[in-house]
Ligand binder design. Structure first.
Ligand code: C2O
Ligand code: CU
Length: 472
């Protein structure tokens, strides 16, 4: 699907949904007092719904998304991962500030979990917020086939809402038969925008509509689990208020242009006041890619009278206990992202050897961080950070594509874009860096260990856009 060519499946996504209401499937909740088991396995799910064919997937516990893990701030998460796939896997807990040995990066923080084996993850949850989990082995295919789930850490004193709803958003590349196209690692995806799909889903169903009641106040937790698709959602005649980004509370604000931008792996918590009229439908549109704007879903108002006529102001969430960067004595590092199609990169170092782009491409590598294409997850650290010192990373995107850059084990403040201060300097763990853009992030390197810093377009990561940073 390039340059707006629409297939039948896209039409499905874009088509007016005259059909059924609720598409949020019941989710299994797991609490801290049992040791839940996550089982990566093959299964069949009804992504398309109705009479459409089912889709063979890889997923946790037979469901897409996997079970929503819901715990409280300060709890210990304990999960056994029992690998029922025919290949190695791990689980990475995206966005969590956890001990390095629990980070789920094969080779770097743990040996991969062999088929038939079980690994126990156990760690404390210092931060409340919206997080998620996914494998870190052959990510493009494992996550792309459906291995992911939400991890919600509840605040001791959550905001008053009528419903707390998780929207796990994904896109899939499906054929006419409903099966996932097995073109994982296609050179076109590796070198361009990554693996974009042709069917968008909400909580594992072709997104069509979401039933609401007039006058409700909903907390929407959006999680983008797509390999590569960036979403920009607008809510017709509604004004969502952003209260958290990447799980971390921010000053409640209207998103710029009323568009909620979600890069791969990104999250946003919204307060959505249902100010529409009973019985009416309102479009939620995704217009990130200008030539591929489509209706993501409709808010379908039930006919009941409004629950309330006016809404209280939105109050901020309590901040998480993250150390504040001290810019005065910061260590500073420059990061240059290069490569890909139309990026102008001539060569890079791969496995210790300088190579031309063509030769690199022969080994499936297209991208580099500071001139080095990642060949594995275990590498000489790009930087060594002194523990408890503030780090400022300046990341420049010298390529023709956007890159959502993710740092493991820490959250960072987004300080500036192209030298312009960012309002509120929000905490993030994944920052979208647009082509030719420079962003500056700051954080205290308080979590010892070797951590990945990589692009969360999974095909870019696979093709070299990854590095290791060490905190000692
Ligand atoms: Cu969701 Cu290495 O990341
Ligand atoms: Cu990228």
């Amino acid at each position: 699907m390039k340059n707006g060519t629409m297939t039948r499946r896209d039409m499905l996504v874009g088509a007016a949904a005259a059909s059924a209401f609720a598409i949020v499937r019941p989710r299994q909740s797991v609490r801290a007092d049992t040791v839940p088991v996550l089982r990566p396995q093959s299964s069949n799910v009804a992504l398309l719904g109705g009479d459409e064919p089912t889709t063979p997937v890889w997923c946790y516990n037979g469901m897409v998304p996997g079970p929503e893990l819901r715990l409280r701030q300060g709890d210990r998460l304990r999960v056994d991962v029992e690998n029922r796939l025919g290949q190695e896997t791990t689980v990475h807990w995206h966005g969590l500030r956890l001990p390095n040995v629990m980070d789920g990066v094969p080779g770097l923080t743990q040996p991969p979990i062999e088929p038939g084996r079980t690994f126990r993850y156990e760690f404390a949850l210092p931060d409340a917020g919206t997080f998620w989990y996914h494998p870190h082995v052959r990510s493009s295919e494992q996550q792309g086939r459906g291995l992911y789930g939400a991890l919600i850490v509840e605040e001791p004193d959550p905001p008053q809402v009528d419903r707390d709803v998780t929207w796990v958003i994904d896109d899939w590349r499906l054929g006419e038969d409903g099966a996932i196209s097995d073109t994982f690692g296609h050179p076109m995806d590796l070198s361009h925008a990554g693996r974009l799909g042709n069917v968008a889903t909400l909580n594992g169903r072709d997104s069509k509509s979401f039933a609401v009641r007039a006058g409700e106040r909903i907390r929407l937790r959006l999680i983008n689990t797509a390999n590569a698709r960036i979403f920009a959602l607008t809510f017709e005649d509604h004004d969502p208020v952003v209260i958290a980004l990447d799980g971390q509370p921010c000053t409640p604000h209207a998103p710029e242009g009323n568009r909620v931008i979600l890069p791969p792996a990104g999250r946003a918590d919204l307060i959505l006041d249902l100010v529409g009229s009973p019985g009416k439908r309102y479009t939620v549109k995704d217009d990130y890619y200008a030539r591929q704007t489509y209706r993501f879903l409709e808010l379908a108002y039930r006919p009941e009278t409004p629950l309330r006529e006016s809404f209280d102001p939105v109050t901020p969430l309590a901040p998480n206990p993250i150390p504040e960067p001290r810019l005065k004595d910061a260590q500073r590092h420059d990061i240059v992202l290069a490569g890909g199609a139309m990026g102008g990169m001539r060569s890079a170092i791969l496995d210790g050897k300088e190579m031309g782009l063509r030769e690199m491409a022969g080994q499936g590598k297209m991208w580099a961080v500071n001139g080095i294409a990642a060949h594995a997850t275990v590498m000489k650290p790009l930087f060594v950070f002194t523990r408890d010192r503030t780090q400022v990373l300046t990341m420049r995107n010298d390529t023709a594509f956007p890159h959502p850059m993710h740092l493991h084990g820490h959250s960072f403040r987004l300080m500036s874009r192209n030298g312009k201060p960012v309002a509120g300097t929000p905490w993030l763990d994944t920052v979208l860096v647009e082509p030719r853009e420079t962003v500056e992030v700051a954080f205290v390197a308080d979590n010892p260990g070797d951590w990945l810093l990589h692009c969360h377009v999974l095909e870019h990561m696979q093709a070299g856009m990854s590095a290791v940073v060490r905190v000692v």
